[in-house]
Design a protein around this ligand. Structure first.
Ligand SMILES: [Zn+2]
Length: 264
């Protein structure tokens, strides 16, 4: 039983801890979706602080009448983590082994009681630092991340592949609407994930061998940022934070967009 977190419809309400009570708290439960594309709102003391649109897969476009088996955790640093599994029934908790398994992970965020430096230092950072992936644990492809733009605060959904696992390097197009996958063996000197030294001259040689995005916009480049699809601000800002590029080994697409495969 949670004392700081309550739910109503698809909204979460978080209240301040009572004096002498712990900051940390947790609530698990089931909520029902009543609209095709539900919105999960989070309120802190009645103030709306985050809004996550649960964009849907083409294979399951209407979530009305379905359920979210959710978990909400408030951490000691006033961070909030929310995730859940979408299911057709409230009483069966699907697992990732189910064929129609579908899960969402909401970008963790901080309450107003957190040190302001915490959210500030995540601007433009990767999905590991933002708490959407964990080192040493593979995020199943059936889990999709709902991110919040640092700039416009609107949400957008990403799907991913684990590039290290499949020995695939990825390249975002300039508008990040296309993601190209290149196998490690397809191009000599292709940078691999977790590589410690990146030679920018070799990167340029590799990039010169890549095809152009089919939407005719810009080029695929190793350091292209993943942009917010609403306001085009850099979300994973590789040009500003080049050092995170080798460790961001999940390649992303916006929801329902295909990956493009490099062909020799
Ligand atoms: Zn934005």
């Amino acid at each position: 039983m949670s004392y700081r977190i309550k739910t109503l419809d698809t909204n979460f309400y978080i209240t301040a801890p009572a004096p002498d009570s712990p900051i940390t708290d947790e609530l698990t439960g089931v909520l029902s979706f009543h609209t095709a594309i539900p919105i999960i709102n989070v309120y802190e003391d009645e103030v709306l602080i985050k809004s996550f649109v649960v964009e849907t897969l083409l294979t399951n476009p209407d979530l009305s009448g379905q359920f979210l088996h959710f978990s909400v955790r408030i951490l000691a640093n006033s961070g909030v983590m929310i995730d859940g599994i979408i299911a057709p029934r409230p009483d069966t908790h699907p697992t990732w082994e189910d064929p129609d398994y579908e899960a969402i992970r909401l970008q963790p965020f901080f309450l107003s009681t957190a040190d302001p430096a915490f959210p500030q230092r995540l601007i433009g950072k990767g999905l590991f630092e933002r708490g959407l992936h964990y080192s040493g644990t593979i995020t199943p492809t059936a889990v999709r991340n709902i991110c919040i733009c640092d700039h416009c605060q609107k949400s957008f959904t990403l799907q991913h592949i684990h590039g290290g696992h499949s020995e695939l390097q990825y390249f975002y197009s300039e508008d990040s609407r296309q993601t190209l996958l290149v196998h490690y063996t397809d191009i000599p000197n292709l940078p691999v994930h977790l590589q410690s030294e990146i030679d920018e001259k070799l990167i340029s040689e590799v990039e010169a061998q890549l095809p152009l995005p089919t939407n005719g916009k810009g080029k695929f480049r190793y350091y292209n940022a993943l942009l917010c699809p609403h306001c085009q601000s850099p979300f994973i800002d590789f040009p500003t934070h080049k050092h995170i590029r080798p460790v961001e080994y999940y390649g992303n697409t916006y929801i329902n967009e295909p990956f493009f495969n490099f062909k020799l």
